[in-house]
Write a protein that binds this ligand. Structure first.
Ligand SMILES: Nc1nc2c(ncn2[C@@H]2O[C@H](COP(=O)(O)OP(=O)(O)O)[C@@H](O)[C@H]2O)c(=O)[nH]1
Ligand SMILES: [Mg+2]
Length: 695
């Protein structure tokens, strides 16, 4: 790999809603730069970035792909990101390590949920932004309307660097506002354009936008400002420098128009990328800590500094093995070096380094500050880890992954596949930290959790396609609870005295309901030694055992106080076991009379949707026994908060997609337990009985 000077590196993440054309744009950029000789098509499954079997099968990206190319003396590292909410895992990581987040928007759809998310991540990490308004050739394409919507979403000056000529069927090309040239595709989109003067009907607009461009440039620099207001001529370099620093500090957001499918507007995008997009050293230094301390450590993007890097993706490649894709922050790393991973608290010998080009890798001897490449076959390194020089330790903040939104209980189709299943699942969770696998000891189910139905479907398909493990899946069992609503007392007496060593235990218990979430409390109110002290813990053990399976449907019993206030014993026949059984018997009898009820887990849901769907969402949540707590604006969307029984939410990512056509997103988190309505309790008891019979 030819060494690229850090000021010539361009690390760009393509982010935005699903289906807007990010992968098509990545392909058009590679083709335009001559990195590929044939323009691949998403529909034909032959693009460089959508190389995964699942992506080709579905016609959309499911994970980030890294490619690189050279253009205008610059070296671009491009990260093509998925857009659907189900495959969000890589998005914040890639936007964090990129020097520019290029937000791709569908000119006909405008701002969508995925657009909003991408913008929010760019704001969160302070990553400079650019916008590519794509699909200008499609019906209802509306450049200005989209620009207006974006201006409500993004802080900073949205300045068109290129403008579309026409739209939809009338789309003919683009005007480069900066260089004041037009590129018209007279022989049809996708053919070579003709460079012309700016069409008359756009001349006024272009010159007023050009004024806005210059003003945005001078706003970034007082000296420029003074010259400008003193009506002194500004040089092209001065304007360029102003524009670049405006993009770097986020006060200016360059906007481009185009049609990635035909490669329209891509030359202009790259030309301005060469000139204005930030280089690694333009971004501020990365801040971390000295591992194990709060001591802050800075790492500037200096190739001469101590080595540090951040791992933003892990791929388990069938041939190359494990690849930890990283962005080098400072210094450099060579094959043969030993680096330190503070997250794994381990030294790692660098056995091989590679450059990534979609599914292909090519070996590299060294990676330096600003470069994006991968470490090969280093088993303990995971996504979100820092790597650094063992003599200059630093640890960058880890990444927080969103809470899972959907779960399946999974089990291998063929009994002997348990180990193979767990091994394969581990690999999938390492590649995608938003996919997690847990064992629910209570329901004895292996639970696969992910960001939605598509996400889980892709994982199950990878299990069978890549690892040859077929699994059955079903919705997880709900972890119901039982409790009491009335105080009662009962006697539990276990007496077996028929020849030989007998058994005798006798307890009197009082059960009292406690506040929701108060848990269990056992009180010993025995006086006069009616039950010897050594048997008191036995009673508590028996009670606790009985509480693991309640009298209604066998679910754990919670939130009550049990008081042992009387009893009797037999000097010979009483034993630990006898009092355990007596405790259990007494508890069950008392619970029967304590108006026991079922409790169900309730989750707090936040649903973010365009305003037009609010009525449907509220109606749907109410039909799920949900209680809407409130609604508030969130950017150009509305956010609805509600409390909904978990049992009604297992399929919500599917339901929300069908209500909003993929225009909505939601978060969910456990809130509390609540009494199950009577009309539903019966069904739950039936279900529990059936499960018991099937055991
Ligand atoms: N007509 C037209 N189709 C496009 C354009 N950009 C992408 N497409 C098509 O839109 C679909 C989704 O594109 P894709 O690149 O996968 O979107 P992504 O999900 O953002 O990566 C594919 O069928 C593309 O060929 C465009 O500018 N014009
Ligand atoms: Mg894509």
């Amino acid at each position: 790999m030819a060494k690229t000077a850090i000021e010539n590196i361009r690390n760009v993440a393509l982010a935005g809603h699903g289906g807007v054309g990010k992968t098509a744009l990545a392909e058009a950029m590679l083709f335009n730069a001559g990195a590929v000789s044939r323009l691949g098509r998403v529909e034909e499954g032959n693009t460089v970035t959508d190389y995964d079997e699942e992506e080709i099968k579905r016609g959309n990206s499911v994970s980030a792909a890294v490619v690189h190319f050279d253009h205008g003396g610059r070296r671009y590292n491009l990260i093509d990101l998925p857009g659907s909410a189900d495959f969000v895992c890589d998005v914040p990581l890639a936007i964090r390590v990129a020097d520019l987040a290029l937000i791709v928007v569908n000119a006909a759809a405008g701002v969508e949920v995925g657009t909003e998310k991408a913008c929010r991540y760019a704001d969160e990490y302070g990553t400079p932004r650019g916008v590519f308004i794509n699909r200008m050739d499609r019906d209802r394409a509306d450049f200005d309307g989209t620009l207006n919507q974006l201006s409500e979403l993004l802080s900073g000056n949205l300045v068109p660097f290129t403008l579309p000529i026409g739209a939809a069927g009338d789309f003919k090309g683009v005007v480069d506002v900066i260089n004041k040239k037009a590129y018209v595709y007279e022989n049809g989109l996708g053919k070579e354009p003709t460079e012309t003067e700016i069409p008359a009907e756009l001349a006024d607009r272009v010159s007023s936008i050009y004024t806005a461009v210059v003003e945005a440039a001078v706003e970034t620099d007082e000296v420029l400002m003074e010259k400008y207001f003193a009506d002194e001529e500004l040089s092209a370099d001065e304007i360029a420098a102003g524009l670049k620093s405006g993009i770097i500090d986020g006060s200016l957001i360059p906007v481009f128009a185009g049609d990635a499918f035909d490669g329209v507007g891509v030359t202009q995008l790259l030309t301005h990328g060469d000139a204005f997009f930030p280089a690694p050293a333009d971004a501020g230094s990365w801040t971390g800590v000295k591992p194990g301390t709060e001591e802050t450590v800075e790492r500037a993007h200096d190739p001469g500094g101590p080595f540090s890097a951040f791992v933003f993706k892990t791929v388990i490649d069938m041939f190359a093995g494990r690849l930890n894709i990283m962005r080098v922050i400072s210094g450099s790393v060579k094959v043969g070096d030993t680096v330190y991973d503070p997250n794994a608290e381990a030294k790692v010998r660098v056995s091989a380094l590679v450059e990534i080009m979609g599914k292909k890798q090519s070996s590299a001897d060294e990676l330096s500050a600003g470069d994006i490449g991968a470490m090969v076959k280093a088993d303990d390194i995971h996504t979100g880890h820092t790597l650094c020089d063992p003599k200059n330790l630093v640890q960058f903040p880890p990444v927080e992954f969103p809470e899972p939104l959907m779960q399946y209980a999974i089990s291998p189709k063929s009994k002997g596949d348990e180990d193979k299943l767990m091994g394969s699942l581990t690999k999938l969770t390492e590649e995608d930290p938003t996919f997690t696998v847990t064992r629910n000891v209570e329901t004895k189910q292996t639970i696969a959790s992910g960001m939605g139905e598509q996400h889980l479907a892709v994982m199950l398909s990878k299990l069978s396609g890549r690892f040859g493990v077929e699994v059955d899946h079903e919705m997880p069992k709900v972890a119901y609870r039982e409790t009491i609503t009335k105080a009662t007392t009962a006697q539990g007496r276990y007496k077996k005295q028929t020849g030989g060593r007998g058994q005798y235990g006798d307890v009197h218990l009082k059960l009292e309901p406690q506040e929701r979430g108060a848990g269990f409390e056992f009180l010993d109110k025995i006086v006069g030694g009616v039950i010897p002290n050594r048997f008191i813990p036995s009673v508590e053990k028996g009670v606790a055992e009985a509480m693991s399976g309640g009298v209604i449907a066998g679910y754990p019993v919670v939130d009550l106080q049990v008081t042992l206030f009387d009893g009797s014993y037999h000097t010979v026949d009483s034993s630990d076991m006898a009092f355990q059984i007596a405790g259990s018997l007494g508890f069950k009898k008392a619970m029967e009379d304590a108006a026991p009820v079922l409790l169900e887990p309730v989750v707090e849901v936040e649903v973010t949707v365009p305003e037009e769907f609010m009525g449907d969402i509220n109606g749907d949540l109410s039909s799920k026994r949900g209680r809407v707590l409130g609604m508030e604006p969130s950017g150009i969307f509305q956010k609805i908060k509600a409390l909904v029984p978990m049992a009604e939410m297992f399929r919500y990512s599917i339901d929300l997609r069908s209500i909003t056509g993929g225009k909505g997103s939601f978060t969910v988190r456990f809130s509390h337990y609540e009494e199950v309505p009577r009309e539903i309790t019966g069904k739950i008891i039936e279900l529990a009985k059936k499960e018991e019979e099937n055991k």
